[in-house]
Design a protein around this ligand. Structure first.
Ligand code: MD6
Ligand code: FE
Length: 208
């Protein structure tokens, strides 16, 4: 299928073919071996249904102190580097010269979902966020700059890329549901979503 736009969100179906997805899954298993997946808590103390980890110079964490980027995993270890295959995907689809400095890995087991939110913890909101979906298909809902209002939804399948940039960068979005077992990429089912971003201001120095 050809790339298309919904409300300025660029969707690239099948950006990665089946064998590239398997290769990338190996990279992500190596990331999770060094930086284990954890269930973040919201600032209100509710456990998120999605498990997360990160790669890059900083990683996204959430706990009672709120949402932020941290230079270390909650264990105290450095985050592993962003896998080269993901950096190539960013160069191919992000449409910016700046390299990503963080890569958030979300794992959706059966029943996991993600409420409507904006991604606005990054220093430069002119830089896009690129997401890659792997595994089970998910219903991605795209809303508005303000909370509420009419929304549009699209199924994201394994290998699909979505880019939130330009006027779509701050649109509210979320995952309503995942069709458990719809893909055979992960032997026990589930979905992985990887989002790459430029989180730090340029003054923070070399990225990678
Ligand atoms: C998900 N994605 O697909 C959740 N954020 O599991 C996101 O929250 C997201 O797909 C920013 C840009 C693209 C995304
Ligand atoms: Fe998001």
């Amino acid at each position: 299928m050809e790339p298309f736009d919904i409300r300025g969100v660029r969707i690239v179906p099948g950006a990665l073919d089946a064998s590239a997805q398997v290769d990338l899954l190996g990279d992500l298993r190596a990331v999770a071996a060094r930086a284990p997946l954890f269930h973040p808590e919201t600032a209100r103390g509710r456990r998120m249904s999605v498990r997360m980890t990160s790669a890059g110079r900083v990683g996204w964490v959430s706990d009672r102190r709120g949402y932020r980027y941290e230079p270390r995993h909650p264990s105290g270890a450095d985050w592993p580097p962003i896998p080269d295959r993901l950096l190539s995907l960013w160069r191919a689809h992000a449409g910016t010269a700046a390299p990503p400095d963080t890569c958030l890995v979300n794992f959706y087991g059966e029943g996991a979902r993600m409420g409507m939110h904006q991604d606005r913890d990054e220093a430069d909101l002119d830089q896009p966020v690129l997401s890659l979906s792997l595994g089970d298909a998910a219903l991605f809902r795209i809303g508005n700059l303000e909370r509420g209002g009419r929304t549009e939804s699209v199924w994201l399948h394994s290998g699909d890329v979505a880019v939130l940039g330009g006027k779509a960068r701050l649109l509210h979005h979320g995952i309503d549901r995942v069709r458990h077992g719809s893909s055979r990429l992960l032997p026990d089912g589930g979905r992985i979503n990887v989002t790459m971003r430029v989180a730090l201001p340029p003054a923070a120095g070399a990225r990678g």
